[in-house]
Write a protein that binds this ligand. Structure first.
Ligand SMILES: [Zn+2]
Length: 506
């Protein structure tokens, strides 16, 4: 939910391996699969938080964006009202967030799309009673790692009165959507939720299921006909907890109050032969954070080969739900939607369709080749560096903004020859494009990524790259409230958001 995993650059293979890998990736991205028919679940999750684009863009921009995605085969949109950001539903900022989420739901409804409301089972407002709070610490009850993303305000439902308070708050949130009701709700176990205490453990097969059963009933009371999805996100990640085993054992009972199971793509192998209770399974698709920090900080992040592989490797699922933090991964979203809608197409076929629609038919070939090369170069990571000590944009708290720090770029897979070739391909595409297409944000995020890669591969001066980062920030509607891990990595831009510097504990 918080979306701070899977970040950072991958390791550095030698140049020979890069070439071999590149050829394999390109071949994989071009491999279509024999069509099993359209996949029913083709939704996206708009992470609307951290003052990212989904929060800071205008109502019209967001509504238009939903309309565009609908044309690529979208069947539904999911959003999450992050209670932790607010003291209660009457908080003016809560009302503002709610208004944006309802705009998304309203637009989706107008387009005939499904609407899914996400939440954490034991999610809490920021001023929750300290005596009722959950435990996130490891070292007991099978937990060997701290619960990731925990805000430390979530409640332990095993403490007297906590379940009642959680259900009261959940009802408050549900009722706030009375005029734009979801068609389904999805409960998450971890990130930020969970509790490691002896009464709750193992969370995913014990207290989580008990609480979710109550919430499922509540959701159906408030939203008649609503579907209830059970997420298994991060099950068995924090120790040998037996959460999957426990869910399978209770599958028949769980099926009486759950409609679908929503899984981490890494867990799809567990449900390949049989899912708990035989329920339908769909998976998250990570298109936002992998291979680039800040997310989208260097422009577009096409990953057609990876997305194609993810699709080919999981034929039993009912569909995928890309996790989106902003418009920089628009191309990835379209790729996922495109191959789910028409599995006879390869990821690169869809990239070609995207190019033809937005940039003109003549750009299919160069844009496809450029996207594949950009994926091979993808390994971008920025830190604030002072005296050899590096701080990630997740943990800038404590860094003196006025000190002599600089932004350090590390791009371990970036190859200068490939970067030059990408620029040549985009030049070729531009020659057949009209002025509107050339100036469109969809093309600019690709072009800016290509120019930044070329500059970084030549160790260009920081001052030369600053305008490129500034244009990305403008496209992303970066505000003074945007978190630095969503702000393009230049010192002036990170200083502009100094008020948001904090330590996420990652
Ligand atoms: Zn507990």
């Amino acid at each position: 939910m918080k979306g701070a995993k899977n970040n950072g650059a991958d390791g550095l293979p030698c140049k020979f391996l890069l070439t071999v890998l590149g050829t394999a990736l390109l071949a994989a991205a071009r491999t279509a699969v024999a069509s099993p028919g359209t996949y029913p679940e083709r939704s996206v999750y708009f992470a609307t938080h951290f003052s990212n684009w989904y929060e800071t863009a205008s109502d019209a921009e967001v509504a238009n964006y939903v309309e565009e995605l609908a044309e690529w085969g979208l069947t539904g949109i999911a959003v999450w009202f992050d209670m932790h950001d607010f003291a209660c539903m009457d908080d003016p900022d809560a009302r503002k967030r709610l208004a944006r989420l309802k705009l998304i739901f309203r637009t989706a409804k107008r387009l005939g799309l499904q609407r899914d409301l996400h939440f954490l089972a034991n999610e809490s407002f920021k001023d929750s009673p300290p005596e009722l709070r959950a435990d996130w610490r490891p070292g007991k009850n099978g937990y060997v790692r701290s619960l990731s993303g925990h805000y430390h305000v979530e409640l332990c439902p095993s403490k007297p009165g906590a379940t009642e308070l959680l259900l009261k708050w959940r009802k408050n949130v549900f009722e706030a959507f009375w005029d734009e009701p979801p068609t389904s709700v999805t409960s998450f176990p971890y990130d930020q939720g969970g509790c490691t205490c002896s009464n709750c453990a193992p969370w995913g097969a014990n207290a989580y299921l008990k609480l979710c059963r109550r919430i499922s009933g509540l959701s159906r009371e408030i939203f008649p006909g609503v579907k209830f999805n059970l997420s298994t996100w991060r099950f068995d990640t924090f120790g040998k907890l037996g959460e999957w085993e426990g869910l399978f054992a209770k599958g028949d009972e769980v099926r009486t109050w759950v409609d679908s199971i929503y899984v981490d793509p890494m867990d799809l192998a567990r449900t390949k032969a049989l899912s708990p209770g035989g329920m339908p399974v769909f998976a998250m698709s990570e298109i936002s954070m992998r291979g680039m920090l800040p997310w989208g900080g260097y422009g577009a992040n096409p990953m057609p080969a990876r997305l194609q592989g993810e699709f080919l490797g999981n034929p039993g699922m009912s569909g995928l739900r890309p996790y989106s933090e902003g418009i920089y991964e628009d191309l990835n979203m379209v790729v996922v939607l495109g191959i789910l809608r028409d599995p006879s197409k390869s990821a690169l076929d869809v990239v070609g369709d995207y190019a033809a629609r937005y940039f003109g038919e003549g750009t299919r070939t160069p844009i496809c080749e450029a996207a594949a090369l950009m994926e091979e170069n993808l390994s971008h990571s920025a830190t604030a560096c002072l005296g050899g000590k590096k701080r990630s944009p997740y943990s800038l708290e404590g860094l003196d903004p006025s000190s002599d720090w600089h932004v350090l770029h590390e791009c371990k897979r970036l190859d200068a020859t490939r970067a030059k070739r990408v620029l040549e391909l985009l030049d070729e595409a531009e020659r057949s494009m009209n002025v509107i297409a050339r100036a469109s944000w969809r093309f600019r995020v690709l072009r800016l990524r290509a120019e930044l890669d070329f500059a970084l591969a030549r160790d260009a001066k920081t001052a030369d790259m600053a305008p490129l980062f500034a244009e990305l920030a403008q496209i992303y509607r970066v505000s003074r409230n945007t978190k630095p891990f969503l702000v393009p990595p230049s010192k002036p831009l990170w200083l502009d958001v100094v008020g948001t510097w904090h330590d996420m504990g990652l």
